[in-house]
Design a protein. Structure first.
Length: 304
């Protein structure tokens, strides 16, 4: 009976959300290039971010104008085949600097890939962007930085936001819970890690599985809840089987008194393959709310 009532509530919510979405205008940044003429012109800047003895590669997508501009850092997943570069472009058109980076040992960045290393790299990226010299060169406002991440990047975002304390907000897109994966039988975890590893360096599926198993508790999402109460958090889920894990985090934040979570569920795959425009709209609306300070709970918990 409980599950039937829950699904009925979610059906009513989804119908209402769809009606609102159809009524809301599409942000111009989704479909319209900005007017030319502002200087400096819109551009891309290659980044070399120092982290633990190496420099990982990245790109800053900069809008036209003198700035300083707010920043959205986008962290990719495992291994990161979906880079969400369409988000970077639409965010730039909306007047933000979008920054994408590749963790150590991934996609040509030097070093050895590891899950713990990804968290270190995220901190290094934020420290880099907050450096006054870098901020001036990139025309960014170091006091207005938000982060977003897809899949494993969603976990990186949650872990980073839980301890950073100076972010505008954090967005988790179809986030993965490594702690839950680390609780599974080793053979299953190894098999899960063995797919699409050609872009990762210095690591084997067995090493990745062992790291997840050894740090299952430390890498879990739900224990982060008490540290996310004051973080404006956007939690986006899809029909990829992981929404229930993410909903546990949202429920834990609510139970601890947090009221800055926005949740949204789309009936799409893990990469939001047929909901890219919807994803762009949601992200732009959330970024606008961050800038205006209008962040509060809006939706019920995500679908279990």
């Amino acid at each position: 009976m409980r599950w039937t009532c829950w699904r009925l509530v979610m059906m009513v919510f989804c119908v209402g959300a769809m009606s609102r979405a159809l009524a809301e205008p599409v942000p111009a940044a989704v479909y319209q290039d900005p007017v030319r003429g502002a200087t400096p012109a819109a551009t891309m800047t290659v980044l070399h971010v120092p982290t633990h003895g190496v420099a990982i590669n990245g790109i800053a997508y900069q809008p036209a104008g003198p700035g300083p501009f707010p920043v959205l850092v986008i962290f990719h997943g495992l291994p990161g085949n979906e880079k969400n570069l369409d988000l970077a472009q639409v965010v730039r058109r909306a007047g933000w600097i979008a920054v994408t980076v590749n963790y150590r040992g991934s996609w040509g960045s030097p070093g050895t890939f590891s899950f713990a290393g990804n968290l270190e790299d995220a901190d290094a990226v934020l420290a880099y962007l907050r450096d006054p010299t870098v901020a001036r060169r990139l025309r960014l406002d170091p006091t207005r930085i938000a982060i977003a991440g897809h899949s494993m990047g969603g976990w990186v975002v949650a872990e980073t936001a839980a301890h950073d304390g100076h972010l505008l907000g954090a967005a988790m897109i179809s986030a993965w819970d490594p702690g839950y994966t680390g609780e599974q039988p080793r053979a299953r975890v190894v098999a899960h890690m063995a797919d699409d590893l050609e872009s990762l360096a210095g690591v084997t599926p067995e090493q990745m599985a062992d790291e997840l198993i050894a740090h299952a508790r430390a890498f879990a999402l739900v224990p982060l809840a008490p540290h996310l109460l004051d973080v404006p958090l956007l939690v986006l889920t899809s029909d990829d089987g992981g929404a229930g894990r993410t909903s546990l985090l949202v429920d834990a934040i609510h139970a601890a008194g947090g009221h800055k979570v926005r949740g949204h569920h789309e009936a799409t795959d893990h990469g939001w393959s047929d909901r890219r425009i919807a994803l762009q709209r949601i992200i732009l609306e959330w970024l606008g709310a961050l800038m205006s300070g209008e962040i509060a709970d809006r939706h019920p918990p995500t679908e279990p």
